[in-house]
Design a protein around this ligand. Structure first.
Ligand code: ADP
Length: 268
């Protein structure tokens, strides 16, 4: 039936993508979209063909961070063609995709029934979104997921990414929330994880040329035994870059956070 067709389309799409990397977080506002944007930029600067999918329908920001928020994707013969940004990164946002079909957003509700409906609609929407986008040949497709484990579970069910990244902040609260998400992801879903990225891990002080802590220094990181793949320092220029719709890495690859981001790209 129709669902079979959709499944088939999805798997043939994914066949032309070498690595799918899901980026998740426990809480919002930890810099997940910022890191996804800059990992995409770093990979592209290293010569890879890169696409990014913004699957966060409730707080989509990737298209804005990459400067293509105003550009509408074009329907083509082989699906919807994603707009291209600087460095030729292909960006597709589920929010643009769902513009005419607001249904999943309507089904927010505390009741179990509404929740199940919402989950089903999101699952279907995510499947269509990934299957109907004409990604072409890619070395990397980075998928920016909403915070929490719901959409991660959905994605895992659909395509089982070979590796996923988790973004956290180096403070106790964020680590605890991420820890809980990880238990679900690894023990219940058996999802393979690449590791954790700690964002805003200190800031680089230009006066003394060293790294200073920003948050709680006592808290010991425990991410269910997962490795920390990178620690990205705080730099206010991330905020300017985000507002300007231009990846930070494009201008600051040599700054300490830029070097850390480039190193992180090699670990994907
Ligand atoms: P999330 O996707 O987790 O909700 P965002 O990527 O939208 O978070 O980031 C939230 C805010 O924090 C943005 O304004 C972003 O520019 C800023 N930010 C993210 N990482 C850093 C950093 N390392 N240094 C300074 N600001 C940052």
């Amino acid at each position: 039936g129709q669902l079979e067709q959709l499944r088939h389309r999805l798997s043939s799409r994914l066949a032309s993508i070498r690595h799918v990397v899901a980026v998740m977080s426990g809480k919002g506002g930890v810099g997940k979209s910022t890191l996804t944007t800059n990992l995409a930029a770093g990979l592209a600067m290293k010569g890879h063909a890169v696409g990014v999918a913004d699957a966060d329908i409730y707080g989509p920001s990737l298209a804005r961070m990459l400067g293509v928020a105003e550009r509408r994707p074009k329907p083509g013969r082989d699906g919807v063609a994603p707009p291209r940004t600087v460095l030729d990164i292909k960006v597709m946002s589920m929010a643009l995709f769902l513009e005419d079909a607001q249904a999943p957003v309507v089904f927010r509700g505390p009741s179990r029934e509404a929740f199940t409906w919402k989950g089903m609609l999101e699952m279907h929407a995510l499947r269509e979104f990934l299957a109907d986008t004409d990604w072409g040949e890619l070395d990397y497709l980075l998928i920016d997921l909403p915070p929490g484990t719901n959409q991660f579970a959905t994605l895992h069910d659909l395509i089982r990414p070979a590796g996923s990244l988790v973004v956290s902040l180096p403070n106790r609260l964020s680590r605890e929330v991420v820890g809980r998400s990880l238990v679900l992801a690894r023990q219940v879903l058996k999802a393979p994880m690449l590791g954790v990225v700690e964002n805003m891990a200190g800031y680089f002080c230009n006066g003394c040329l060293s790294r200073q802590p920003l948050f709680d220094r006592q808290a010991e990181a425990d991410y269910d035994g997962l490795p920390i793949l990178g620690r990205i320092p705080f730099d206010p220029r991330f905020v300017d870059a985000c507002d300007a719709g231009r990846p930070y890495l494009l201008d600051y690859a040599d700054a300490p956070p830029g070097q850390d981001l480039m190193g992180l790209c090699d670990r994907l």
